[in-house]
Design a protein around this ligand. Structure first.
Ligand SMILES: NC(=O)c1ccc[n+]([C@@H]2O[C@H](COP(=O)([O-])OP(=O)(O)OC[C@H]3O[C@@H](n4cnc5c(N)ncnc54)[C@H](O)[C@@H]3O)[C@@H](O)[C@H]2O)c1
Length: 285
């Protein structure tokens, strides 16, 4: 399959990442079907898309008619069968191997044999996800960054059986969405999260051990290393449950240097998941 053969894009999961991927694909001119397990999640995904498109219009990065056309290109559904005629599907469901494998089994049954199946996983093995389908050569990682409409990078992850054609298509598709790509082997956390997760966990530990106030840890890292967000603010932005899932996978695969911070686990247990729940390390309106 070539880039020109892609007309219809499926997105599985309408959460933080899924609705962002649906938005950028629709803005690039693709017809998009965005699927979640319940209508309330699909509706919440559309609300995020509407807000994000409105911000782009306010910043003169899109015209109102362009934003409206993009919005009209996205269909929402709870029925996986509606993804049957998609040429590429990007899975952005919960970071859990059982969930991902079950989604991929369903996709392999539902979609045509030539459909490319991508996962947006942060840390899980592409090869293990692909092991449940009849076309592992057509499976790859397309790891978008958060927030998808703003962040330029997409990490293209190569599974054990990913074919050269699938990889080339993955790069071309991401570039067509206005992104820049790099390639990583299928090893835990790939490039970005292998390095980012211990950085975030160390920030949380430093706070918990009284090295500095929360805001000073974030200020220290933004002013001291020129990153746009410090570790605690970034953790809230990503979602503390997502950070914990990713950290646990890395810990299991790579050993003790990836152990999640105790305070991270306590916050997740309390339901304080960051921006999306109104409180994490900081509080949000
Ligand atoms: N949040 C980030 O900063 C970030 C960045 C890069 C990659 N990721 C990865 O993207 C994926 C999604 O993360 P997120 O932050 O969007 O999570 P999220 O919790 O915001 O959204 C996940 C969505 O998937 C839905 N879902 C669960 N099972 C499903 C199924 N079987 N079919 C369809 N939808 C299903 C949930 O209802 C939820 O709406 C994860 O693999 C995560 O690791 C996240």
């Amino acid at each position: 399959m070539q880039l020109d053969d892609i007309d219809r894009v499926g997105v599985v999961g309408a959460g933080t990442m899924g609705n962002g991927i649906a938005q950028v694909a629709a803005t690039a001119g693709y017809d998009v079907v965005m699927r979640d397990v319940e209508q309330q999640f699909v509706s919440a995904g559309f609300e995020d898309v509407d807000e994000s498109l409105a911000r782009l219009v306010a910043r003169d990065e899109l015209t109102r008619p362009e934003a409206d056309r993009a919005r009209d290109r996205i269909d929402g559904t709870t029925d996986l069968a509606d993804l049957s005629d998609c040429d590429i599907v990007v899975e952005a469901a919960t970071e859990d191997m059982d969930v991902k494998q079950s989604v991929f089994e369903d996709l392999a049954e539902t979609c045509a044999p030539e459909t490319v199946l991508a996962t947006n996983t942060s840390t899980l093995s592409i090869t293990t996800i692909a092991s449940v389908v009849d076309r592992p050569e057509r499976v790859l990682g397309l790891h978008f960054m958060n927030p998808v409409p703003v962040m330029k990078g997409v990490e293209v992850v190569v599974g054990e059986k990913t074919s050269e054609d699938t990889l080339a298509l993955g790069h071309a598709f991401a570039e067509d969405l206005g992104k820049e790509t790099w390639e990583a082997d299928d090893k835990p956390g790939f490039v970005v999260n292998r390095i980012l997760m211990p950085w975030i966990n160390e920030g949380i530990r430093a706070y918990d051990e009284g090295v500095a106030e929360m805001a000073d840890i974030d200020r220290g890292m933004t002013l001291g290393t020129n990153v746009p967000m410090g570790p605690l603010e970034l953790a809230d932005h990503i979602g503390l449950d997502v950070v914990l899932d990713a950290s646990e996978t890395l810990h299991e695969e790579l050993g003790d240097r990836y152990k999640p911070a105790y305070l991270l686990k306590r916050k997740v247990a309390a339901g304080d998941l960051g921006k999306k729940t109104g409180a994490g390390f900081y509080e949000y309106d």
